[in-house]
Write a protein that binds this ligand. Sequence first.
Ligand code: OGA
Ligand code: ZN
Ligand code: ZN
Length: 388
Amino acid sequence: MSSRITDLKTGPESVQLRLADGSYGEFHHIWLRDNCGCQKCRHPHTQERLFDLLTVPEDIQPAHAEIDGNGALKLIWPGDGHVSVFQPDWLRATCYAGDVSTETTTETISRVLWDASKIADIPEAKYGQVCADNGLFLDWLTALREWGVALLRYVPTDKHETLRFAERIGPARKTNFGTDWDVISMMNPNSNAYTDLPLMSHTDLPNWEIPPGYQLLHCLINEAGGGESILVDGFRVANELRTTAPDSFDLLTQIPLDFRFRDVDNDIHYRSPAIRLGSDGEITEIRFSIALMGALSVPGHLMAAVYRAHRRFAALLRQRRFELRFRLNAGDMMLFDNRRVLHGRTAFDASTGHRHLRGTFMDYDVLDSRIRILRQAMADSAAAGPKS
Ligand code: OGA
Ligand code: ZN
Ligand code: ZN
């Protein structure tokens, strides 16, 4: 392999390696002992760690270190003479110090933020193609993660297909609405979604501690007048609020709002700010639902400012320049990041025809996992070469 180890130095705390391409990496002794991949240290089938870190001293040093005949790092540990061998590719992929050029192991999602002007660029694919071609499936799922939205066309209009397709990605997330559910206008609805009323742009289940990462809405029938779909990139709009009204933005990241859903069987209640930030101050989550927002409970001296902030954000979210508006037709499915992208619909007239969507949810982990598995499958088939 091109990344053979060519040079090895052992210091008091770490070994320093040079690889054939000239790059350099440092690996601490305790880290190497902890990450031994032999069958005693990792279960050969589960791949879970068996080694117990507390059985070795914190200042463990190898009794012997060498580059073996394959250009790998071989260490012999004191005491029981345990042998660890680290392949250069693995060291390269997990390198944490030095200038070794790694294939990126930490996935940063390069998000594409969008507004109404991008309607023609929204990622889309045909059902038959993503089902038949792993490469296309991978590209489309990756685009979904980056854009926070993707469309699928020509999906069979069978109500079981929503969940069946979702499960090609992975397990669906069950909620108080079930695993998959119908969006139709009905008598005695337990959600405004199950009426023919307009739905202002919202995120679903903000009243849960962890709202679902992705939502899939599959159109089975859309023969009623009205009922256009609306999508808004909440991160894009929150950025706009951050630049145009920073005080309001800050309040919405700090003041928890109450979100609550109630019906005969459930009373699901959670308090969270509308906008959540990560440790670098980047926007990581939007919770917004006028329908599910409970009575505000904030210190009295902040009430006016919180209302002002909430109204500003709500007004921006409703500006047409941020909205994608389109009609879902039978056989269309839209998938979106429910903690980033808000969705809504215009009113429809149930007396003019039937409208039936079917939906399901999925956690982020499930999509991320499918992307990794598909990438590995693509890499394996590329390494195997063309089939004879
Ligand atoms: C929902 C919803 C949108 C629609 O079911 O949560 O927002 O187009 N539906 O009916
Ligand atoms: Zn081992
Ligand atoms: Zn909804």
